[in-house]
Design a protein around this ligand. Structure first.
Ligand SMILES: NC(=O)c1ccc[n+]([C@@H]2O[C@H](COP(=O)([O-])OP(=O)(O)OC[C@H]3O[C@@H](n4cnc5c(N)ncnc54)[C@H](OP(=O)(O)O)[C@@H]3O)[C@@H](O)[C@H]2O)c1
Length: 327
């Protein structure tokens, strides 16, 4: 079958190639993939810029949506529409950038009735992660209707776009933090109430605590931006950290934690337990209007993925890209 393969260290670059379907890994569910999506991690795997691929050749694509072709599990029957994201797909086993995938049925989530498989991939891992961040903020006691906004970093990217839309629809004021001033109109259409330039969170000589600017935050950046968010979150607030596009480092003091009772919540989507995943997909299906998904999504064929992978790693992709595997 045709498939987008990861760059190999010192070898072939990421490319549209082919693998024998006999090489698909073990699993009790065979899925005919209809759509996949492009995430930052896929960008790293296809370009070889990050150590994502663990086997070679590797069919990339950490997400897939499709139709069950055969099932060894009583939970699923041929014809069922499913979503599978994470669980090592597109990292340590073949993923969604090919027409067929074999996975474990325990990883599959039934496609919610409100969503098409295209829309599920418009959400994808990025959107699931945004929802997990919102659920984390809720668990830590954040409530809509307050004076201060919730900050979302990397706002014009995949996780950021979905987080802005979810938070604004839940009734929060949203401060969208973006390095792309030209995306102001887009971010306001998603529901941002204010736009902050990325530089506003990149102070050169930070104090241990800053002005209380945010009720909480969803952060994809890490590094000095995450440290700024912690310093500038209000008493009892929470910062949900899920990414490292800025840096994997975090230099902070304990002041935000011990003087302002700020929580730092870690968010992980790859091995997120199925019950939480199902809850997140139910909320996404309920809370994200179709029109908002349309606003943030473009589609591409498999042959466009290598070029788009370089674009997403460079921070130039807006919102979400759905990958049609038959194109
Ligand atoms: N924990 C998990 O399970 C999980 C799941 C999904 C994603 N992630 C992580 O979340 C991050 C975002 O993923 P994504 O798929 O949303 O990627 P994406 O679509 O590329 O979005 C990232 C956005 O971050 C901003 N950005 C780029 N370079 C930056 C920098 N140096 N400093 C600060 N901001 C920068 C850009 O938005 P602006 O131009 O608007 O600033 C960019 O569009 C990645 O680190 C990814 O690995 C983690």
């Amino acid at each position: 079958m045709r498939a987008v393969l990861a760059a190999e260290p010192g070898g072939a670059p990421g490319r549209l190639g082919a693998i024998d379907t006999a090489e698909l890994p073990a699993g009790d569910l065979v899925v005919k993939v209809t759509y996949s999506s492009l995430n930052y991690k896929d960008g790293l795997a296809v370009t070889g810029r990050g150590k994502i691929a663990r086997i070679f050749p590797l069919v990339c694509g950490i997400d897939l949506a499709g139709v069950v072709e055969s099932s060894g599990s009583p939970e699923f029957s041929p014809g069922d529409e499913v979503i599978v994201t994470g669980w090592g797909l597109g990292e340590e086993r073949h993923g969604g950038y090919g027409e067929l995938a074999r996975v474990e049925s325990a990883w599959a989530v039934r496609l919610p009735a409100e969503l098409s498989s295209f829309e599920a991939m418009a959400i994808g891992t990025a959107g699931l992660t945004a929802m997990l961040c919102v659920l984390a903020l809720e668990r830590h006691g954040l409530e809509p209707g307050g004076e201060l906004p919730v900050a979302v970093t990397g706002a014009a990217g995949g996780v950021g776009s979905v987080a802005v839309a979810l938070l604004s629809r839940a009734g929060y004021k949203v401060a969208a933090v973006s390095g792309r001033p030209e995306q102001e109109g887009y971010l306001r259409r998603l529901g941002a109430s204010e736009i902050l330039p990325r530089a506003a969170l990149e102070e050169e000589e930070p104090r241990p605590l800053g002005r209380r600017r945010f009720a909480g935050a969803v952060d994809v950046a890490g590094g000095p931006i995450l440290a700024s968010l912690l310093r500038e979150t209000d008493y009892g607030g929470c910062v949900a950290a899920c990414g490292l596009v800025g840096s994997a480092e975090l230099e902070t003091t304990v002041h935000p934690f011990i003087l302002r009772a700020v929580d730092l919540a870690g968010v992980e989507s790859v091995r997120c337990p199925t019950p939480l995943r199902q809850l997140a997909w139910e909320r996404l299906a309920r809370d994200l209007p179709h029109s908002v998904l349309e606003e943030m999504t473009v589609s591409a064929g498999l042959e466009e993925v290598p070029g788009l992978a370089a674009e997403i790693v460079a921070g130039r992709v807006r919102g979400r890209v759905v990958v049609a595997v038959d194109r």
